[in-house]
Design a protein around this ligand. Structure first.
Ligand code: ADP
Ligand code: MG
Length: 481
């Protein structure tokens, strides 16, 4: 794009996250995904006359937990408002939301861009109920409606217009998904619609303060699509501006088939939702004590763990980033590092063989916890050169998973311990040299890189038992003769 350097993109995101409660925000209907259509719809969900909503306390706790994790200010005096509009998937004719008192105000979420860390400012996080779902692709001529989702608790997290590229938006949503999963407030499952994003995008000339006219791309349901939609919109807005056109404030939709967006409506001036406090729901008040109790229950957050691990364990940025992706994995790492000080080796084992194991069909963390002392023993055997890493990870690790047992005993019984005996290694080295006379000549002529091949051969015929350091030095000595 030739003109892109003149412009700055401005992006604000609205992310809807389905809270991981068993039941809906105002009644006991199940929120389980995948049930037969219209089976989780009591009269309360349907808003039948005479029904009374009752607030799900867990949903409020989850919203506060998310706010605390982002450093938001928690609103003590809250009420729910009715947001009135007509839509076929909205059975009550209004959505219960928050209006003037979002439960969490402000806050930040840190992303790590190639240029460095950046704090993305939140405007607010508020609680609201979800609508049902219109299904357009089951029939050529009809739209089907499944109201199971209606009334499911959501938080809507709204950023300030402070993101400036599709990549930043990508990193931000990735971070939010990680955070909600870490806190256990939302499963973060975008394919099932548990996390959805609307992206507001405008452009302006670099150095300009005023915001440009924005377009809003609705209902993006994957992080990839968020990135693609924003990339497409930025280019489109620049193109319009460069060719003398006028940007219209529009609501648009993303077409994942060709990574483009299309207009679904020009924005009417201001929507009039005729908000008013829901008369069936009393305002709810929070106490500082209840908020502090939730703060005390917050798990250590990934960023804090990363800092600790860098400082205490001297691990690389890549390692700490990877190890704080997933809470169970991080917990396992913490357990192992409490038992052994080979921190870097433990990190490598988790990111290598353990992740590979966890991809297998019947793998589980319970199993890994059962074999924990044996795994630590195994890692120490490798770190003290008693076992070769590939024998340890490819063979013995599998054996101790199959039958929890001491790796030292197993390795001894199967003659797998690495040999530090000079005689034994010399014997293997001699065999290898005898087997490759041409390579020996090449090496002697100066092709020193061949040492790797010789070491590999010694490893092969010793079945991994030859200590590579010893075999290398012995090979070098012999080949210099
Ligand atoms: P609405 O509720 O009408 O969608 P808000 O003012 O609450 O409007 O903004 C929604 C989102 O749009 C926020 O994330 C905000 O940062 C973002 N936003 C507002 N104006 C702009 C703009 N001109 N360019 C980019 N993003 C914007
Ligand atoms: Mg909006």
């Amino acid at each position: 794009m030739t003109h892109s350097s003149k412009y700055e993109a401005v992006i604000g995101l609205e992310i809807h996250a389905q809270l991981a409660t068993q039941t809906k925000l105002f009644c006991g209907d199940s929120t389980a995904f995948g049930a037969a259509p219209n089976t989780q719809i009591s009269p309360i969900t349907m808003g039948h006359p005479g029904t009374l909503p009752k607030t799900n306390e867990k949903a409020i706790e989850y919203a506060i937990t998310m706010g605390l994790a982002c450093g938001s200010v928690i609103e003590l005096n809250n009420y729910f408002a009715r947001k009135n509009y007509f839509y076929p998937d909205l059975p009550k004719g209004y959505q219960i939301s928050q209006h003037t008192t979002p439960i969490c105000v402000g806050g930040t979420v840190r992303i790590k861009t190639l240029e460095g860390e950046k704090d993305i400012q939140l405007n607010r996080i508020h609680l609201e109920e979800d609508a049902g779902k219109s299904i357009h692709d089951l029939s050529e001529t009809a739209t089907y409606i499944d109201l199971n989702r209606a009334g499911t608790p959501l938080i809507e997290l709204v950023t300030e217009p402070c993101l400036h590229s599709a990549d930043e938006a990508f990193l931000f949503v990735t971070e939010i998904r990680k955070l909600v999963r870490w806190l256990g407030v939302c499963d973060g499952n975008m394919e099932e619609g548990s996390l959805r994003c609307d992206a507001n995008i405008s452009i302006r000339l670099k150095g300009e303060d005023r915001l440009g006219t924005r377009v809003e791309v609705k209902n993006l349901n994957s992080i990839r699509n968020i990135k693609k939609a924003i990339e497409f919109e930025i280019e489109r807005l620049i193109e319009i501006t460069e060719t003398g056109g006028t940007i219209l404030q529009q609501t648009r939709s993303f077409d994942a088939n060709n990574d483009t967006t299309f207009s679904i409506r020009d924005k009417e001036d201001a929507n009039d939702y005729r908000y008013f406090p829901d008369p069936d729901l009393a305002p709810f008040h929070l106490t500082n004590e209840s908020i502090e109790a939730l703060r005390a229950k917050l798990p250590t957050l990934p960023n804090a763990l990363q800092k600790q691990w860098k400082t205490n364990f001297k691990l690389s940025h890549y390692d700490v980033e990877q190890l704080s992706e997933n809470k169970e994995e991080a917990a396992y790492f913490i357990q192992l590092t409490a038992l052994s000080a080979h921190y870097k080796a433990i990190a490598n084992w988790i990111l290598g063989p353990i992740r590979a194991y966890l991809n297998e069909p019947n793998a589980s963390y319970e199993k890994l916890v059962t074999i924990q002392p044996y795994l630590v023993e195994l890692i120490e055997l490798v770190e003290t050169n008693q076992l070769n890493f590939s024998v340890a990870s490819n063979k013995i690790f599998k054996e101790i998973i199959a039958v929890p047992q001491s790796p030292l005993q197993y390795a001894t019984a199967h003659n797998l311990l690495q040999s530090n005996s000079a005689d034994e290694i010399e014997n293997w080295v001699n065999q290898v040299i005898a087997k490759h006379p041409e390579k020996v000549i090449e090496y002697k002529k100066g092709k020193k890189g061949l040492i790797g091949l010789f070491v590999g051969e010694v490893k092969k015929i010793s079945q991994g038992k030859a200590d590579p350091k010893l075999s290398t030095s012995l090979l070098e000595k012999k080949l210099a003769e």
